[in-house]
Design a protein around this ligand. Structure first.
Ligand SMILES: NC(=O)C1=CN([C@@H]2O[C@H](COP(=O)(O)OP(=O)(O)OC[C@H]3O[C@@H](n4cnc5c(N)ncnc54)[C@H](O)[C@@H]3O)[C@@H](O)[C@H]2O)C=CC1
Ligand SMILES: O=C(CO)COP(=O)(O)O
Ligand SMILES: [Zn+2]
Length: 359
């Protein structure tokens, strides 16, 4: 073989190389919180820890984590709520000398830690207090912007510690929202495949297979997803981690976020804080699946079984706002082509909302 051949081969290998980051330790289960000191010791990333919590869970969970690691680690604490450039910058300031960030809370707290630790070049540990979103394990971070929402490059948590007792004690609405976030994988995949066929967008079959399988297992087990059950919390958290890994494999949120997510982001922009992320995406999944010609009634049945909302009215969203969100969806991340880019008009948006959610 000539050296020229190896040069070509090397370049080919280089062109095809892919950098995929995944969590190292994943602990999900009863009293998993007690494992935090051991997880931190084994990671051996340093002694200075910034403990970031959300306001609702700071007392119940943040204090418990603090008492478990105080004495062994130098602890700084901070409570954060909103996710804005200012709140992220503040966390970066407070954590500038931390070796590690431990994030205890919902999706916004975890995404804040994800971005701050990425910018500070340190690691973070994800301690979800609710199974409400699939950002628990993903390498992406979602932030609201003037245009609606951005999905930023970040890194996955180095470890995840998900205590099923804490997650099961959270309001069922949060768990159902996490399920809806996973059910939305079905249409996210259809949108990605559509963009591949129509625009030549590169897809990852591995990411698609994992994302679809995650949604299928969740739907198959929908009858087991009940309020205040640790087994349910365990099932859903595993699915959320799996969906997050699909995003890390893809190197984008594409396998878990399509038009239904753009609709969800538009809803959040039009009525901030009114609807949970997964709830809005689940409602959007029904419309998207209808437009894709798929089994939209099946999606609705699965959402209902789990206890997730299936109509705008159920979450206090007026029909005209839902129709506006459908129109606005295509303005959010216009580079992400979805079924909602294929000619929705004001009239058709209003008609779709009337028809699909009144049946
Ligand atoms: N980075 C990624 O890959 C992904 C990011 N996301 C992002 O995550 C966010 C959505 O996450 P959510 O957790 O739904 O929103 P969130 O962080 O706003 O939490 C929802 C509410 O639940 C409360 N909460 C959390 N744990 C609780 C508990 N145990 N008991 C009572 N209340 C509790 C929070 O304080 C908050 O009021 C959005 O910003 C979304 O864009 C969502 C999916 C994927
Ligand atoms: O929410 C996500 C997957 O569930 C991904 O977030 P984005 O919609 O911000 O890309
Ligand atoms: Zn989502």
């Amino acid at each position: 073989m000539s050296s020229e051949y190896f040069k070509i081969l090397k370049n080919k290998v280089f062109d095809k190389s892919k950098w995929m980051q995944l969590p190292r330790d994943v602990v999900i289960g009863h009293d998993a919180l007690d494992q935090i000191p051991r997880v931190l010791e084994e990671l051996a990333l340093g002694r200075s820890v910034l403990l970031l919590s959300g306001p609702r869970t700071n007392k119940a969970v943040g204090d418990r984590v603090a008492s478990l690691i105080e004495g062994q680690f130098d602890l700084t604490r901070h409570v954060t709520d909103a996710i804005t450039p200012e709140t992220i910058r503040l966390v970066e300031e407070i954590g500038s000398s931390a070796d590690l960030i431990v994030a205890v809370g919902g999706g916004r707290v975890i995404d804040t830690a994800k971005i701050a630790s990425f910018n500070l070049d340190c690691q973070f540990v994800s301690v979800p207090t609710a199974a409400s979103h699939d950002g628990i394990a993903s390498s992406r971070a979602s932030v609201p912007t003037d245009e609606g929402s951005s999905s930023l490059d970040a890194h996955p948590p180095v470890a995840i510690v998900a205590d099923t007792g804490i997650i099961a004690a959270a309001p069922h609405r949060l768990l159902a929202s996490g399920c809806a976030d996973i059910i939305s994988n079905y249409t996210a995949i259809l949108d990605w495949e559509l963009a591949h066929r129509l625009r030549g967008e590169v897809i990852s079959e591995y990411a698609i297979a994992l994302s679809r399988m995650t949604a299928e297992i969740l739907v198959k087990d929908a009858h087991l997803i009940l309020p205040n059950s640790e087994e349910s919390a365990w099932l859903v958290t595993k699915a959320l981690v799996s969906s997050g890994v699909a995003m890390s494999i893809a190197g984008s949120s594409r396998p878990a976020s399509g038009g239904e997510h753009k609709f969800g982001h538009a809803v959040e922009r039009l009525m901030p804080g009114k609807v949970l992320h997964g709830e809005a995406c689940g409602i959007g999944t029904i419309i998207s699946m209808y437009l894709h010609g798929g089994d939209w009634r099946g999606i609705r049945t699965s959402l209902k079984k789990i206890g997730a909302p299936t109509t705008p009215a159920e979450v206090g969203l007026p029909d005209h706002i839902a129709a506006e969100a459908l129109m606005k969806a295509k303005e959010i991340r216009p580079e992400r082509f979805t079924i909602f880019d294929m000619g929705i008009t004001e009239d058709s948006a209003a008609a779709l909302i009337r028809m699909l959610y009144r049946e």
